[in-house]
Design a protein around this ligand. Sequence first.
Ligand code: SAH
Length: 240
Amino acid sequence: MLLVALLGLLFGPGCPDPKAEPDPLAGARSEMVERQIAARGVRDARVLHVMREVPRHLFVPPEQVSEAYEDHPLPIGSGQTISQPYVVAFMTEQLRLTGTERVLEIGTGSGYQTAVLSRLAAEVYSIEIRPELAAEAKGRLETFGAKNVEVRAADGFYGWPEAAPFDGILVTAAPETVPEPLLAQLAPGGRMVIPVGGFYQELKVIERTPDGFREKSVLPVRFVPFVGEAERHRADDVPR
Ligand code: SAH
Protein backbone atom coordinates (compact mmCIF):
# COMPACT_ATOMS: atom_id res chain seq x y z
CA MET A 1 0.00 0.00 0.00
CA LEU A 2 2.75 2.41 1.04
CA LEU A 3 4.72 1.46 -2.05
CA VAL A 4 1.76 2.17 -4.32
CA ALA A 5 1.18 5.50 -2.61
CA LEU A 6 4.84 6.45 -2.99
CA LEU A 7 4.95 5.47 -6.65
CA GLY A 8 1.78 7.47 -7.20
CA LEU A 9 3.37 10.51 -5.60
CA LEU A 10 6.57 10.17 -7.57
CA PHE A 11 5.30 9.21 -10.98
CA GLY A 12 1.73 10.43 -10.81
CA PRO A 13 0.20 13.12 -13.04
CA GLY A 14 2.85 15.65 -13.96
CA CYS A 15 0.62 18.56 -13.02
CA PRO A 16 1.89 20.07 -9.75
CA ASP A 17 -0.72 21.16 -7.26
CA PRO A 18 0.25 24.61 -5.96
CA LYS A 19 -1.30 23.78 -2.58
CA ALA A 20 0.64 20.50 -2.28
CA GLU A 21 3.22 20.04 0.48
CA PRO A 22 6.69 21.07 -0.72
CA ASP A 23 8.03 17.61 0.05
CA PRO A 24 5.57 14.86 -0.88
CA LEU A 25 7.61 12.25 0.98
CA ALA A 26 7.59 14.04 4.34
CA GLY A 27 4.72 11.81 5.49
CA ALA A 28 6.61 8.62 4.60
CA ARG A 29 9.60 9.96 6.49
CA SER A 30 7.59 10.76 9.61
CA GLU A 31 6.16 7.27 9.53
CA MET A 32 9.68 5.83 9.19
CA VAL A 33 10.77 7.77 12.29
CA GLU A 34 7.77 6.72 14.38
CA ARG A 35 7.62 3.05 13.41
CA GLN A 36 11.23 2.10 12.83
CA ILE A 37 13.22 4.49 14.99
CA ALA A 38 11.30 5.98 17.93
CA ALA A 39 9.41 2.71 18.48
CA ARG A 40 12.74 0.89 18.82
CA GLY A 41 14.00 3.22 21.52
CA VAL A 42 15.89 6.11 19.93
CA ARG A 43 15.05 9.04 22.20
CA ASP A 44 17.37 11.94 21.29
CA ALA A 45 14.91 14.62 20.12
CA ARG A 46 17.46 16.32 17.85
CA VAL A 47 18.25 13.02 16.11
CA LEU A 48 14.55 12.24 15.60
CA HIS A 49 13.94 15.74 14.25
CA VAL A 50 16.79 15.51 11.75
CA MET A 51 15.74 12.01 10.61
CA ARG A 52 12.32 13.53 9.84
CA GLU A 53 13.91 16.37 7.86
CA VAL A 54 16.71 14.84 5.75
CA PRO A 55 15.31 13.58 2.41
CA ARG A 56 16.71 10.04 2.38
CA HIS A 57 15.27 9.45 -1.12
CA LEU A 58 17.79 11.96 -2.53
CA PHE A 59 20.63 9.70 -1.39
CA VAL A 60 19.51 6.43 -3.00
CA PRO A 61 19.80 5.46 -6.69
CA PRO A 62 16.72 6.48 -8.76
CA GLU A 63 15.49 2.88 -9.04
CA GLN A 64 15.43 2.58 -5.22
CA VAL A 65 13.49 5.78 -4.48
CA SER A 66 10.22 3.95 -3.82
CA GLU A 67 12.00 1.98 -1.06
CA ALA A 68 13.89 4.89 0.48
CA TYR A 69 11.79 4.86 3.67
CA GLU A 70 11.56 1.09 4.14
CA ASP A 71 13.08 -0.75 7.08
CA HIS A 72 16.22 -2.19 5.46
CA PRO A 73 19.57 -1.30 3.87
CA LEU A 74 19.60 -0.55 0.12
CA PRO A 75 22.22 -1.05 -2.63
CA ILE A 76 23.99 2.18 -3.67
CA GLY A 77 26.31 0.75 -6.36
CA SER A 78 29.89 -0.63 -6.25
CA GLY A 79 28.59 -3.50 -4.06
CA GLN A 80 27.95 -1.12 -1.12
CA THR A 81 24.81 -0.29 0.83
CA ILE A 82 23.12 2.65 2.55
CA SER A 83 22.46 1.56 6.13
CA GLN A 84 19.00 0.80 7.52
CA PRO A 85 17.41 4.05 8.84
CA TYR A 86 17.23 2.69 12.40
CA VAL A 87 20.96 1.90 12.42
CA VAL A 88 21.79 5.42 11.16
CA ALA A 89 19.67 6.96 13.94
CA PHE A 90 20.97 4.61 16.64
CA MET A 91 24.64 5.20 15.74
CA THR A 92 24.11 8.94 15.54
CA GLU A 93 22.43 9.00 18.95
CA GLN A 94 25.43 7.22 20.47
CA LEU A 95 27.64 10.23 19.62
CA ARG A 96 25.51 12.49 21.91
CA LEU A 97 25.96 15.52 19.68
CA THR A 98 24.85 18.96 20.86
CA GLY A 99 25.74 21.00 17.76
CA THR A 100 29.23 22.25 18.63
CA GLU A 101 31.23 19.15 17.71
CA ARG A 102 33.74 18.28 15.03
CA VAL A 103 32.93 14.83 13.66
CA LEU A 104 34.82 12.36 11.48
CA GLU A 105 32.90 9.78 9.45
CA ILE A 106 34.54 6.81 7.76
CA GLY A 107 32.57 5.27 4.87
CA THR A 108 30.69 8.15 3.22
CA GLY A 109 28.86 5.75 0.87
CA SER A 110 25.70 7.50 -0.31
CA GLY A 111 26.34 10.55 1.89
CA TYR A 112 23.07 10.08 3.79
CA GLN A 113 24.64 9.52 7.20
CA THR A 114 26.92 12.49 6.44
CA ALA A 115 23.88 14.68 5.75
CA VAL A 116 22.31 13.63 9.06
CA LEU A 117 25.54 14.43 10.93
CA SER A 118 25.86 17.79 9.18
CA ARG A 119 22.61 18.94 10.81
CA LEU A 120 23.69 17.84 14.29
CA ALA A 121 27.36 18.87 14.54
CA ALA A 122 29.40 21.97 13.70
CA GLU A 123 31.79 20.35 11.20
CA VAL A 124 31.81 16.98 9.47
CA TYR A 125 34.78 15.36 7.74
CA SER A 126 33.94 12.23 5.78
CA ILE A 127 36.25 9.72 4.08
CA GLU A 128 35.25 7.23 1.39
CA ILE A 129 37.75 4.79 -0.12
CA ARG A 130 35.89 4.36 -3.44
CA PRO A 131 36.45 7.53 -5.49
CA GLU A 132 33.27 7.09 -7.56
CA LEU A 133 31.13 6.92 -4.42
CA ALA A 134 32.95 9.88 -2.87
CA ALA A 135 32.30 11.98 -5.99
CA GLU A 136 28.60 11.07 -6.11
CA ALA A 137 28.14 11.72 -2.40
CA LYS A 138 29.84 15.12 -2.73
CA GLY A 139 27.36 16.07 -5.45
CA ARG A 140 24.36 14.95 -3.38
CA LEU A 141 25.58 16.78 -0.29
CA GLU A 142 25.94 19.97 -2.36
CA THR A 143 22.38 19.56 -3.67
CA PHE A 144 21.26 18.99 -0.09
CA GLY A 145 22.98 22.26 0.87
CA ALA A 146 25.42 20.95 3.49
CA LYS A 147 28.02 23.71 3.90
CA ASN A 148 29.86 22.28 6.91
CA VAL A 149 30.97 19.01 5.27
CA GLU A 150 34.21 17.96 3.60
CA VAL A 151 34.48 14.67 1.71
CA ARG A 152 37.79 13.05 0.85
CA ALA A 153 38.47 9.96 -1.29
CA ALA A 154 41.06 8.04 0.77
CA ASP A 155 41.60 5.06 3.08
CA GLY A 156 39.84 5.96 6.34
CA PHE A 157 42.25 3.77 8.31
CA TYR A 158 44.52 6.80 8.67
CA GLY A 159 41.75 9.19 9.71
CA TRP A 160 42.08 12.92 8.89
CA PRO A 161 45.08 14.06 10.97
CA GLU A 162 44.99 17.74 9.84
CA ALA A 163 41.47 18.17 11.22
CA ALA A 164 41.96 16.08 14.41
CA PRO A 165 41.09 15.78 17.23
CA PHE A 166 37.43 14.81 16.77
CA ASP A 167 34.67 14.92 19.37
CA GLY A 168 32.90 12.13 17.52
CA ILE A 169 34.03 9.43 15.07
CA LEU A 170 31.41 7.34 13.28
CA VAL A 171 32.51 4.36 11.20
CA THR A 172 30.16 2.55 8.80
CA ALA A 173 32.40 -0.28 7.55
CA ALA A 174 33.64 -3.06 9.84
CA PRO A 175 37.35 -3.68 10.56
CA GLU A 176 38.39 -6.70 12.66
CA THR A 177 40.36 -4.47 15.01
CA VAL A 178 39.90 -0.75 15.72
CA PRO A 179 42.41 1.28 13.64
CA GLU A 180 45.01 2.89 15.94
CA PRO A 181 45.08 6.23 14.07
CA LEU A 182 41.33 6.64 14.72
CA LEU A 183 41.79 6.08 18.46
CA ALA A 184 44.65 8.60 18.42
CA GLN A 185 42.44 11.21 16.71
CA LEU A 186 39.62 10.99 19.27
CA ALA A 187 39.50 14.07 21.54
CA PRO A 188 39.42 13.63 25.34
CA GLY A 189 35.76 13.00 26.23
CA GLY A 190 35.09 12.13 22.57
CA ARG A 191 33.09 9.09 21.45
CA MET A 192 33.68 6.66 18.59
CA VAL A 193 30.93 4.40 17.21
CA ILE A 194 32.35 1.52 15.16
CA PRO A 195 31.26 -1.94 14.01
CA VAL A 196 34.00 -4.47 14.75
CA GLY A 197 34.31 -8.09 13.60
CA GLY A 198 34.19 -10.43 10.63
CA PHE A 199 31.04 -12.41 9.88
CA TYR A 200 29.72 -11.58 13.35
CA GLN A 201 30.11 -7.94 14.26
CA GLU A 202 29.38 -5.87 17.34
CA LEU A 203 28.74 -2.17 17.27
CA LYS A 204 31.10 -0.66 19.83
CA VAL A 205 31.06 2.70 21.55
CA ILE A 206 34.54 3.78 22.61
CA GLU A 207 34.90 6.79 24.87
CA ARG A 208 38.20 8.54 25.49
CA THR A 209 38.58 9.05 29.24
CA PRO A 210 41.33 10.98 31.10
CA ASP A 211 43.18 7.69 31.61
CA GLY A 212 42.52 5.74 28.45
CA PHE A 213 39.54 4.31 26.59
CA ARG A 214 36.28 2.83 27.85
CA GLU A 215 34.58 0.45 25.44
CA LYS A 216 31.17 -1.23 25.35
CA SER A 217 29.30 -3.36 22.80
CA VAL A 218 25.83 -1.99 22.12
CA LEU A 219 24.29 -3.89 19.18
CA PRO A 220 24.98 -6.90 16.94
CA VAL A 221 25.29 -5.55 13.38
CA ARG A 222 26.26 -6.48 9.83
CA PHE A 223 28.28 -3.92 7.86
CA VAL A 224 30.40 -4.22 4.71
CA PRO A 225 34.10 -4.90 5.44
CA PHE A 226 36.50 -2.03 6.16
CA VAL A 227 38.92 -2.52 3.24
CA GLY A 228 42.44 -1.20 2.64
CA GLU A 229 45.12 -1.01 5.31
CA ALA A 230 42.77 -2.40 8.00
CA GLU A 231 42.88 -5.78 6.22
CA ARG A 232 46.51 -6.08 7.29
CA HIS A 233 45.44 -5.72 10.94
CA ARG A 234 43.15 -8.71 11.30
CA ALA A 235 42.20 -10.43 14.53
CA ASP A 236 43.23 -14.12 14.94
CA ASP A 237 40.02 -15.33 16.57
CA VAL A 238 37.37 -13.90 14.25
CA PRO A 239 35.05 -16.16 12.16
CA ARG A 240 34.91 -14.83 8.58
N1 SAH B 1 27.25 5.62 5.75
C1 SAH B 1 26.98 5.05 4.45
C2 SAH B 1 27.12 3.55 4.48
C3 SAH B 1 27.98 3.11 3.37
S1 SAH B 1 28.52 1.44 3.40
C4 SAH B 1 25.63 5.49 3.95
O1 SAH B 1 24.86 6.07 4.74
O2 SAH B 1 25.35 5.34 2.76
C5 SAH B 1 30.20 1.61 3.93
C6 SAH B 1 31.12 2.43 3.05
O3 SAH B 1 32.43 2.31 3.62
C7 SAH B 1 31.24 1.94 1.60
O4 SAH B 1 30.92 3.00 0.75
C8 SAH B 1 32.72 1.54 1.48
O5 SAH B 1 33.27 1.81 0.21
C9 SAH B 1 33.37 2.38 2.56
N2 SAH B 1 34.66 1.90 3.04
C10 SAH B 1 35.10 0.63 3.24
N3 SAH B 1 36.37 0.62 3.67
C11 SAH B 1 36.75 1.92 3.78
C12 SAH B 1 37.97 2.57 4.17
N4 SAH B 1 39.05 1.89 4.50
N5 SAH B 1 38.00 3.92 4.17
C13 SAH B 1 36.92 4.65 3.79
N6 SAH B 1 35.75 4.10 3.39
C14 SAH B 1 35.67 2.75 3.38
